[in-house]
Design a protein around this ligand. Sequence first.
Ligand SMILES: *Cc1c(COP(=O)(O)O)cnc(C)c1O
Length: 370
Amino acid sequence: MPVPLLDLRAQHARIRDRVVAAMMQVVDDQAFILGKPVSDLEAHVAALSHTTYAVGCASGTDALLLSLRAVDVGAGDEVITTPFTFFATAGTIHNVGARAVFVDIDPKTFNIRPDLAAAAVTSKTKAIIPVDLFGQVASIEEVMRLAKGIPVIEDAAQSIGARRKIDGVWRMAGEVATIGTFSFFPSKNLGGYGDGGMMVTQDKALYDRLMRLRTHGSVKTYFHEEVGYNSRLDALQAAVLCAKLPFLVEWSAKRREHAAIYDAAFADLGDVTTPYVDPANESIYNQYTIRVPRRDALKAHLAAKGIGHSVYYPLPLHLQECFASLGYTQGACPESERAANEVLSLPVYPELTRAQLDDVVAAVRGFYGK
Ligand SMILES: *Cc1c(COP(=O)(O)O)cnc(C)c1O
């Protein structure tokens, strides 16, 4: 039997009654925009993230967009970020009129190198966006320290519920940054049944600004202090997410369990570099991503065996056609470029059975003749 990279139907089957009941409540109430499901979810996510405030919005992309606006990033400004991430991290920088400044990653964690971010700061730098790639929190305390007051927007789209021990205290994804952003895209660890996103912060002024930005820059209906967006979190999505949230801790633990099984099973394969998790971190493994020299050959082998896999991400953002005008060329971020050629993500979702895990292991080992 083929093993998919992600099986959302397996998850849905286990929680169907709860989720459908929550959705039907919204349908019966005919209250689709904001309201109790959204404020409930905001309270739950703020509690999970150890933050005072949370603001739901239409997507993880919009969470970045609204956050950039909330810290006053606009035309002519620079925002420092990593090129080894999903497109939205930099696309939103462009869409607020600013310039994305790409700095390279740590090859072990795939996360931004704080020292390189610090070295790229200029008088135009208005924000830094580290990404918690694949479910592992970036060196957020280092980025914050070196940012010296420049706002830090933590793209935590892949890391909701992940944590990092800083000075002996567990800090949650999104907790330490100026603003943390989450995505509820269906394939994220906490996925909705459609698009959704959220921003968390400890700062009341930023909270007020984010609330205003998501409703056309208006606090009092039909009076607009600034031009914002229509970027509300749908009540149906919030109801689904409220029903799913109680399972998140268990699901993340399952992903870690599966990662540990792979780590052990691939330990003797010299060509396979298993994911490195910083000892300070507890990853939620949004992806289980190995590095291998003959990546495309392994990819073809897994495809032939029916084993789901994907390359996140095949082309770093500094080399994307749409950013050609920024002037980056091959070699500008060598570790990101090398990672793009070597990474391969394997199925790690919580509902994988032991037999499925064994199939993935056998297929990978088989490629190396083991
Ligand atoms: C998924 C993702 C986003 C965008 O989230 P959407 O909800 O799809 O808009 C942004 N950044 C990263 C790192 C992501 O993985």
